[in-house]
Design a protein around this ligand. Structure first.
Ligand code: PLP
Length: 376
Protein backbone atom coordinates (compact mmCIF):
# COMPACT_ATOMS: atom_id res chain seq x y z
CA UNK A 1 0.00 0.00 0.00
CA UNK A 2 2.71 2.51 -1.06
CA UNK A 3 0.04 5.03 -2.05
CA UNK A 4 -0.66 5.68 1.63
CA UNK A 5 2.21 8.11 1.82
CA UNK A 6 1.25 9.83 -1.43
CA UNK A 7 -2.14 11.14 -0.31
CA UNK A 8 -2.94 14.25 1.70
CA UNK A 9 -4.58 13.49 5.02
CA UNK A 10 -7.15 13.22 6.29
CA UNK A 11 -8.70 11.59 3.26
CA UNK A 12 -11.20 8.95 2.30
CA UNK A 13 -9.98 6.52 -0.31
CA UNK A 14 -12.53 4.57 -2.32
CA UNK A 15 -11.13 1.24 -3.43
CA UNK A 16 -12.40 0.75 -6.96
CA UNK A 17 -11.36 -2.90 -7.15
CA UNK A 18 -13.21 -3.80 -3.94
CA UNK A 19 -16.22 -1.80 -5.04
CA UNK A 20 -16.32 -3.79 -8.26
CA UNK A 21 -16.01 -7.07 -6.32
CA UNK A 22 -19.05 -6.08 -4.25
CA UNK A 23 -20.96 -5.12 -7.36
CA UNK A 24 -20.14 -8.45 -8.95
CA UNK A 25 -21.53 -10.26 -5.91
CA UNK A 26 -24.67 -8.14 -6.04
CA UNK A 27 -25.08 -8.66 -9.77
CA UNK A 28 -24.98 -12.44 -9.22
CA UNK A 29 -27.71 -12.19 -6.58
CA UNK A 30 -29.71 -9.98 -8.90
CA UNK A 31 -29.45 -12.48 -11.74
CA UNK A 32 -30.07 -15.63 -9.66
CA UNK A 33 -32.93 -14.18 -7.63
CA UNK A 34 -34.46 -12.32 -10.54
CA UNK A 35 -34.80 -9.12 -8.53
CA UNK A 36 -33.67 -5.57 -8.99
CA UNK A 37 -31.04 -3.97 -6.77
CA UNK A 38 -30.77 -0.25 -6.10
CA UNK A 39 -28.05 1.80 -4.42
CA UNK A 40 -29.35 3.46 -1.25
CA UNK A 41 -27.53 6.75 -1.54
CA UNK A 42 -27.75 7.68 2.11
CA UNK A 43 -24.96 5.20 2.85
CA UNK A 44 -22.78 6.02 -0.13
CA UNK A 45 -23.16 8.75 -2.69
CA UNK A 46 -19.71 9.06 -4.23
CA UNK A 47 -21.15 9.85 -7.62
CA UNK A 48 -17.79 9.64 -9.37
CA UNK A 49 -18.29 5.89 -9.09
CA UNK A 50 -21.92 5.85 -10.30
CA UNK A 51 -20.84 4.95 -13.86
CA UNK A 52 -19.27 1.78 -12.41
CA UNK A 53 -22.32 1.07 -10.25
CA UNK A 54 -24.62 1.57 -13.22
CA UNK A 55 -22.84 -1.30 -14.99
CA UNK A 56 -24.16 -3.69 -12.35
CA UNK A 57 -27.23 -2.32 -10.59
CA UNK A 58 -30.70 -1.09 -11.57
CA UNK A 59 -30.56 2.41 -10.17
CA UNK A 60 -30.66 4.50 -7.04
CA UNK A 61 -32.95 5.21 -4.16
CA UNK A 62 -33.14 8.43 -2.19
CA UNK A 63 -34.26 9.63 1.22
CA UNK A 64 -35.18 13.09 0.02
CA UNK A 65 -35.14 15.55 -2.85
CA UNK A 66 -31.42 16.24 -2.98
CA UNK A 67 -30.43 12.58 -3.04
CA UNK A 68 -33.12 12.03 -5.65
CA UNK A 69 -31.62 14.82 -7.76
CA UNK A 70 -28.17 13.31 -7.42
CA UNK A 71 -29.46 9.91 -8.49
CA UNK A 72 -31.29 11.49 -11.38
CA UNK A 73 -28.38 13.59 -12.62
CA UNK A 74 -25.63 11.05 -12.12
CA UNK A 75 -27.33 7.70 -12.72
CA UNK A 76 -30.91 7.75 -13.97
CA UNK A 77 -30.40 10.29 -16.71
CA UNK A 78 -26.96 9.37 -18.05
CA UNK A 79 -27.41 5.61 -17.74
CA UNK A 80 -31.16 5.13 -18.08
CA UNK A 81 -31.47 3.56 -14.63
CA UNK A 82 -34.34 3.74 -12.15
CA UNK A 83 -34.75 6.48 -9.56
CA UNK A 84 -36.74 5.67 -6.40
CA UNK A 85 -37.54 7.68 -3.29
CA UNK A 86 -38.95 7.20 0.18
CA UNK A 87 -39.48 9.97 2.71
CA UNK A 88 -41.36 9.91 6.03
CA UNK A 89 -43.23 12.99 4.82
CA UNK A 90 -42.96 14.93 1.55
CA UNK A 91 -42.86 18.69 1.41
CA UNK A 92 -45.49 20.33 -0.69
CA UNK A 93 -43.04 22.68 -2.42
CA UNK A 94 -40.68 19.83 -3.31
CA UNK A 95 -43.15 17.26 -4.50
CA UNK A 96 -43.56 18.26 -8.14
CA UNK A 97 -39.84 18.05 -8.73
CA UNK A 98 -39.72 14.67 -6.97
CA UNK A 99 -42.55 13.41 -9.16
CA UNK A 100 -40.72 14.62 -12.26
CA UNK A 101 -37.43 12.85 -11.49
CA UNK A 102 -38.53 9.72 -9.60
CA UNK A 103 -40.17 6.78 -11.31
CA UNK A 104 -41.07 5.12 -8.02
CA UNK A 105 -42.32 6.98 -4.96
CA UNK A 106 -42.93 5.27 -1.62
CA UNK A 107 -45.13 6.98 0.94
CA UNK A 108 -44.98 6.48 4.68
CA UNK A 109 -48.72 6.05 5.08
CA UNK A 110 -52.03 6.14 3.23
CA UNK A 111 -52.65 9.75 4.19
CA UNK A 112 -49.45 10.89 2.48
CA UNK A 113 -50.35 8.85 -0.60
CA UNK A 114 -53.83 10.38 -0.78
CA UNK A 115 -52.38 13.86 -0.36
CA UNK A 116 -49.93 13.60 -3.25
CA UNK A 117 -51.29 10.88 -5.55
CA UNK A 118 -52.75 13.24 -8.16
CA UNK A 119 -49.36 14.88 -8.56
CA UNK A 120 -47.60 11.52 -8.82
CA UNK A 121 -49.51 10.21 -11.84
CA UNK A 122 -46.33 9.48 -13.81
CA UNK A 123 -44.72 7.52 -11.00
CA UNK A 124 -45.39 4.06 -9.63
CA UNK A 125 -46.53 4.65 -6.06
CA UNK A 126 -45.97 2.44 -3.06
CA UNK A 127 -46.61 2.51 0.66
CA UNK A 128 -44.09 1.64 3.33
CA UNK A 129 -45.40 -0.94 5.74
CA UNK A 130 -44.23 -1.78 9.24
CA UNK A 131 -44.20 -5.54 9.76
CA UNK A 132 -43.75 -4.94 13.52
CA UNK A 133 -41.08 -7.57 13.83
CA UNK A 134 -37.76 -6.45 15.32
CA UNK A 135 -34.73 -8.56 14.46
CA UNK A 136 -31.96 -6.35 15.86
CA UNK A 137 -30.91 -4.55 19.02
CA UNK A 138 -29.81 -1.16 17.66
CA UNK A 139 -32.77 0.91 18.82
CA UNK A 140 -32.01 3.90 16.63
CA UNK A 141 -31.92 1.64 13.57
CA UNK A 142 -35.08 -0.30 14.38
CA UNK A 143 -38.18 0.95 12.56
CA UNK A 144 -40.24 -1.82 14.20
CA UNK A 145 -39.93 -0.44 17.72
CA UNK A 146 -42.81 0.92 19.77
CA UNK A 147 -44.35 4.16 18.49
CA UNK A 148 -42.30 3.91 15.30
CA UNK A 149 -42.74 6.77 12.85
CA UNK A 150 -41.57 4.67 9.90
CA UNK A 151 -44.04 2.63 7.91
CA UNK A 152 -47.72 1.77 8.38
CA UNK A 153 -48.81 -1.01 10.68
CA UNK A 154 -51.55 -3.41 9.62
CA UNK A 155 -53.89 -1.77 12.17
CA UNK A 156 -53.64 1.40 10.08
CA UNK A 157 -53.83 -0.38 6.73
CA UNK A 158 -57.44 -1.53 6.30
CA UNK A 159 -57.39 -1.71 2.52
CA UNK A 160 -54.97 -1.30 -0.36
CA UNK A 161 -55.77 2.15 -1.77
CA UNK A 162 -56.58 2.27 -5.45
CA UNK A 163 -53.54 3.33 -7.44
CA UNK A 164 -50.99 1.82 -5.06
CA UNK A 165 -48.70 -0.46 -7.04
CA UNK A 166 -46.08 -1.34 -4.48
CA UNK A 167 -45.31 -2.10 -0.87
CA UNK A 168 -42.05 -1.27 0.82
CA UNK A 169 -40.49 -2.40 4.06
CA UNK A 170 -37.13 -1.58 5.54
CA UNK A 171 -36.38 -3.03 8.96
CA UNK A 172 -32.89 -4.54 8.81
CA UNK A 173 -29.45 -3.19 9.63
CA UNK A 174 -26.25 -5.07 8.79
CA UNK A 175 -28.15 -8.35 8.85
CA UNK A 176 -28.06 -11.75 7.26
CA UNK A 177 -30.68 -13.42 5.09
CA UNK A 178 -32.29 -15.27 8.00
CA UNK A 179 -33.48 -11.92 9.43
CA UNK A 180 -35.00 -11.08 6.06
CA UNK A 181 -36.75 -14.45 5.77
CA UNK A 182 -38.20 -13.99 9.24
CA UNK A 183 -39.33 -10.44 8.53
CA UNK A 184 -40.87 -11.39 5.22
CA UNK A 185 -42.83 -14.20 6.88
CA UNK A 186 -44.16 -11.69 9.39
CA UNK A 187 -44.99 -9.18 6.65
CA UNK A 188 -46.82 -11.94 4.77
CA UNK A 189 -48.85 -12.89 7.83
CA UNK A 190 -50.06 -9.34 8.17
CA UNK A 191 -50.07 -7.94 4.64
CA UNK A 192 -50.24 -11.16 2.60
CA UNK A 193 -53.76 -10.40 1.39
CA UNK A 194 -52.41 -7.38 -0.51
CA UNK A 195 -49.29 -9.00 -1.96
CA UNK A 196 -51.12 -10.64 -4.83
CA UNK A 197 -52.56 -7.29 -5.86
CA UNK A 198 -49.39 -5.23 -6.15
CA UNK A 199 -46.72 -5.01 -8.85
CA UNK A 200 -43.65 -4.62 -6.71
CA UNK A 201 -42.33 -5.34 -3.26
CA UNK A 202 -39.34 -3.38 -2.05
CA UNK A 203 -37.58 -5.20 0.80
CA UNK A 204 -35.43 -2.22 1.76
CA UNK A 205 -31.80 -2.26 2.82
CA UNK A 206 -29.77 -3.60 5.71
CA UNK A 207 -28.91 -6.76 3.75
CA UNK A 208 -25.20 -7.31 4.37
CA UNK A 209 -24.93 -9.26 1.13
CA UNK A 210 -21.25 -8.61 0.45
CA UNK A 211 -20.08 -9.75 3.88
CA UNK A 212 -18.17 -13.05 3.60
CA UNK A 213 -20.57 -15.01 5.86
CA UNK A 214 -23.75 -13.74 4.19
CA UNK A 215 -26.12 -16.52 3.20
CA UNK A 216 -26.60 -15.60 -0.45
CA UNK A 217 -28.43 -18.86 -1.20
CA UNK A 218 -31.09 -18.15 1.41
CA UNK A 219 -31.57 -14.63 0.05
CA UNK A 220 -31.91 -15.91 -3.49
CA UNK A 221 -34.40 -18.56 -2.42
CA UNK A 222 -36.41 -16.09 -0.34
CA UNK A 223 -36.68 -13.64 -3.20
CA UNK A 224 -37.55 -16.34 -5.73
CA UNK A 225 -40.25 -17.75 -3.46
CA UNK A 226 -41.99 -14.43 -2.93
CA UNK A 227 -41.77 -13.58 -6.62
CA UNK A 228 -43.35 -16.88 -7.58
CA UNK A 229 -45.99 -16.93 -4.88
CA UNK A 230 -47.36 -13.46 -5.53
CA UNK A 231 -46.09 -12.58 -9.00
CA UNK A 232 -44.42 -9.45 -7.71
CA UNK A 233 -41.29 -7.74 -8.88
CA UNK A 234 -38.81 -7.57 -5.99
CA UNK A 235 -36.47 -4.70 -5.19
CA UNK A 236 -33.61 -4.70 -2.71
CA UNK A 237 -32.02 -1.37 -1.87
CA UNK A 238 -28.87 -1.97 0.16
CA UNK A 239 -26.54 0.91 0.98
CA UNK A 240 -23.78 -0.59 3.09
CA UNK A 241 -23.46 -3.76 1.03
CA UNK A 242 -22.51 -1.81 -2.07
CA UNK A 243 -19.38 -0.22 -0.68
CA UNK A 244 -18.75 -2.51 2.30
CA UNK A 245 -15.00 -2.68 2.97
CA UNK A 246 -14.41 -0.65 -0.18
CA UNK A 247 -12.86 2.40 1.39
CA UNK A 248 -10.42 3.74 3.95
CA UNK A 249 -9.89 6.85 6.00
CA UNK A 250 -6.21 7.73 6.09
CA UNK A 251 -5.00 9.86 8.94
CA UNK A 252 -1.73 11.25 10.23
CA UNK A 253 -0.77 11.25 13.90
CA UNK A 254 -0.30 14.87 14.96
CA UNK A 255 0.87 14.39 18.54
CA UNK A 256 1.37 11.75 21.20
CA UNK A 257 1.59 12.10 24.98
CA UNK A 258 0.71 10.31 28.18
CA UNK A 259 -2.05 10.81 30.69
CA UNK A 260 -2.42 7.54 32.55
CA UNK A 261 -2.15 5.84 29.18
CA UNK A 262 -0.66 6.67 25.79
CA UNK A 263 -2.76 9.10 23.80
CA UNK A 264 -2.43 9.98 20.14
CA UNK A 265 -4.17 12.86 18.39
CA UNK A 266 -4.96 12.27 14.75
CA UNK A 267 -6.03 14.60 11.96
CA UNK A 268 -9.14 12.45 11.54
CA UNK A 269 -11.97 13.01 14.00
CA UNK A 270 -14.61 10.53 15.10
CA UNK A 271 -17.10 13.35 15.59
CA UNK A 272 -16.50 14.97 12.19
CA UNK A 273 -15.29 12.26 9.86
CA UNK A 274 -16.63 8.92 11.14
CA UNK A 275 -19.78 9.91 13.04
CA UNK A 276 -21.07 6.33 13.19
CA UNK A 277 -18.17 5.46 15.49
CA UNK A 278 -19.94 7.59 18.10
CA UNK A 279 -23.51 7.12 16.93
CA UNK A 280 -23.70 3.37 16.25
CA UNK A 281 -21.33 3.08 18.23
CA UNK A 282 -18.49 0.84 17.03
CA UNK A 283 -14.72 0.55 16.92
CA UNK A 284 -13.35 0.75 13.38
CA UNK A 285 -10.47 -1.53 12.40
CA UNK A 286 -7.05 -0.08 11.77
CA UNK A 287 -4.83 -2.00 9.36
CA UNK A 288 -2.08 -3.73 11.33
CA UNK A 289 -3.35 -2.71 14.77
CA UNK A 290 -4.65 -4.97 17.50
CA UNK A 291 -6.97 -4.88 20.48
CA UNK A 292 -5.69 -2.94 23.52
CA UNK A 293 -2.78 -4.84 25.09
CA UNK A 294 -2.48 -7.30 22.23
CA UNK A 295 0.62 -5.63 20.75
CA UNK A 296 3.41 -3.84 22.67
CA UNK A 297 2.15 -0.26 22.43
CA UNK A 298 -1.44 0.64 23.29
CA UNK A 299 -2.86 4.08 22.52
CA UNK A 300 -6.15 5.86 22.87
CA UNK A 301 -6.76 7.58 19.54
CA UNK A 302 -8.78 10.75 19.31
CA UNK A 303 -9.41 13.55 16.86
CA UNK A 304 -8.25 17.14 16.99
CA UNK A 305 -11.58 18.67 18.00
CA UNK A 306 -12.33 20.05 21.45
CA UNK A 307 -15.04 17.46 22.10
CA UNK A 308 -13.86 15.34 25.05
CA UNK A 309 -15.70 12.37 23.59
CA UNK A 310 -14.02 12.60 20.17
CA UNK A 311 -12.39 9.22 20.83
CA UNK A 312 -11.99 6.74 18.04
CA UNK A 313 -10.96 3.90 20.33
CA UNK A 314 -8.08 2.07 22.00
CA UNK A 315 -5.65 0.17 19.78
CA UNK A 316 -2.29 -1.51 20.12
CA UNK A 317 0.63 -1.36 17.69
CA UNK A 318 3.96 -3.15 17.13
CA UNK A 319 5.82 0.16 17.06
CA UNK A 320 5.40 3.36 18.98
CA UNK A 321 3.31 5.97 17.23
CA UNK A 322 4.99 9.25 16.53
CA UNK A 323 4.19 12.51 14.80
CA UNK A 324 3.71 11.81 11.13
CA UNK A 325 2.72 8.13 11.50
CA UNK A 326 -0.06 7.28 9.09
CA UNK A 327 -2.96 5.05 10.06
CA UNK A 328 -5.52 3.38 7.86
CA UNK A 329 -9.07 3.05 9.17
CA UNK A 330 -10.89 0.32 7.29
CA UNK A 331 -14.41 0.15 5.90
CA UNK A 332 -14.79 3.91 5.67
CA UNK A 333 -16.59 4.33 2.34
CA UNK A 334 -20.05 3.95 3.86
CA UNK A 335 -21.90 6.35 6.15
CA UNK A 336 -18.78 8.53 6.21
CA UNK A 337 -18.44 10.91 3.25
CA UNK A 338 -22.18 11.45 3.10
CA UNK A 339 -22.50 11.98 6.84
CA UNK A 340 -19.47 14.02 7.87
CA UNK A 341 -19.48 17.60 9.10
CA UNK A 342 -17.23 20.58 9.79
CA UNK A 343 -17.79 20.79 13.55
CA UNK A 344 -15.02 22.90 15.16
CA UNK A 345 -14.09 24.19 11.71
CA UNK A 346 -12.26 20.95 11.04
CA UNK A 347 -11.69 20.43 7.33
CA UNK A 348 -13.54 17.69 5.50
CA UNK A 349 -11.26 14.88 4.33
CA UNK A 350 -10.27 14.85 0.67
CA UNK A 351 -11.75 12.07 -1.44
CA UNK A 352 -9.52 9.83 -3.52
CA UNK A 353 -10.27 6.95 -5.81
CA UNK A 354 -7.81 4.08 -5.57
CA UNK A 355 -8.00 2.97 -9.16
CA UNK A 356 -7.89 -0.63 -10.23
CA UNK A 357 -4.32 -0.05 -11.46
CA UNK A 358 -3.32 0.62 -7.84
CA UNK A 359 -2.74 4.37 -8.04
CA UNK A 360 -4.76 6.96 -6.14
CA UNK A 361 -6.54 9.77 -7.96
CA UNK A 362 -7.70 12.86 -6.11
CA UNK A 363 -11.43 13.33 -6.76
CA UNK A 364 -12.08 16.23 -4.46
CA UNK A 365 -10.37 18.46 -1.95
CA UNK A 366 -12.30 20.61 0.52
CA UNK A 367 -11.27 23.82 2.17
CA UNK A 368 -12.28 26.83 4.19
CA UNK A 369 -15.01 27.76 1.69
CA UNK A 370 -16.82 24.49 2.38
CA UNK A 371 -16.90 25.35 6.07
CA UNK A 372 -17.92 28.97 5.55
CA UNK A 373 -20.33 28.16 2.74
CA UNK A 374 -22.85 26.45 5.01
CA UNK A 375 -22.88 29.25 7.54
CA UNK A 376 -23.87 32.85 7.30
C1 PLP B 1 -31.07 3.16 5.30
C2 PLP B 1 -31.99 2.66 4.29
C3 PLP B 1 -31.54 1.79 3.29
C4 PLP B 1 -30.10 1.29 3.23
O1 PLP B 1 -29.73 0.64 4.38
P1 PLP B 1 -28.30 -0.07 4.54
O2 PLP B 1 -28.29 -0.48 5.96
O3 PLP B 1 -27.25 0.96 4.25
O4 PLP B 1 -28.25 -1.20 3.60
C5 PLP B 1 -32.45 1.36 2.36
N1 PLP B 1 -33.73 1.77 2.40
C6 PLP B 1 -34.21 2.62 3.33
C7 PLP B 1 -35.63 3.02 3.31
C8 PLP B 1 -33.36 3.10 4.31
O5 PLP B 1 -33.82 3.93 5.25
Amino acid sequence: MSWINEVETPCYVIDERKLRENLETLAKVRAKAGCKILLAQKAYSAFATYPLIAEYLDGCTASGLFEARLGYEEMAQPFGRENHIFSPAYKDEEFDEIARICGHISFNNIKQFEKFKDRAKNASCGIRINPEHSTQEHGIYDPCGEFSRLGTTIANFPELPEGVEGLHFHTLCEQNADALAETLAEAEKKFGKFLGRIKWLNMGGGHHITRPDYDVELLVQTVRDVREKYGVEVYLEPGEAIALNAGYLITTVLDTFENGMNIAITDASAACHMPDVLEMPYRPNITGAGAPGEKPHTYRLGGNTCLAGDIIGDYSFEDKLSEGTRLVFEDMAIYSMCKNNTFNGIALPSIYLLRENGSPKLLKKFGYEDFKGRLS
